[in-house]
Design a protein around this ligand. Sequence first.
Ligand code: BTN
Length: 259
Amino acid sequence: MFNTEVLEKHLATSWLGRSVYFFEELPSTNSYAKRIECDSSLHGALFLTDYQTGGRGQYDRTWNTNPGENLTFSLVFEPKKAERFTLLTLACALAVTEVINKYSGLRAMIKWPNDVLHNKKKLCGILTETQFTGNKLERIVVGIGLNVNQVEFPGELREVATSLRRESSKKYSREKLLVEILQNIEYRYRLWNQFNTDLVKQINHKMIGYGEWTNLLLNEEKLEGQYKFLGVNESGELVAVNRELDIKTFSYEQVRVQC
Ligand code: BTN
């Protein structure tokens, strides 16, 4: 069982993860964090479960994970505006990537717009959702699934998913990993909120395919011609140039990078 006392004892953040909502079992931390009604601010709240039974991913996919072995959690942010939330997702992906690499010695990389991969297999997926009342932004929920100690992946997942333990043959303390991740995300959130341009550079530095000729997929179909991936811009959109030197900008709904 995840030990929230260990988390609270080691956590050195000033606001992120200071309110912890832990559940032994929950359908989806993102759904819960979006739905929960609260009179006071939830900025920085952490929703965490040991067994997520109805985990959701991007593009209406599911996120299935063994109980008690991985990290499945959501963070609530209450910025004034929802714009640039793709960049916030990437800032969180950068934080997770840095912590993975520091602790495991692996060289995980970010796959635009919301995954962390190692050896072309997914270690971590992020689902960012917004909650509005009318046109007022209530909260941004960043849901993070990080495969930590799971060794066996069923069926089709075996081809596409992996864990820190599988990749590095080591077992990890989920509590200590989460402490480090929250600290790093708190720092990255500050940079995001300050429109810091170094944040964009640091994300691009860890991005799969950055500066390379790559295939882009539109609804699983390959886009005609090749694109040189120039990185992400200050909104988190993908910027690419084709062989005819047309510069194109794509949002996360439009394309995916083939790797
Ligand atoms: C993806 O790879 O498509 C994103 C997966 C996101 C999974 C996390 S686990 C915690 C949070 N709660 C959910 O239901 N989904 C996210």
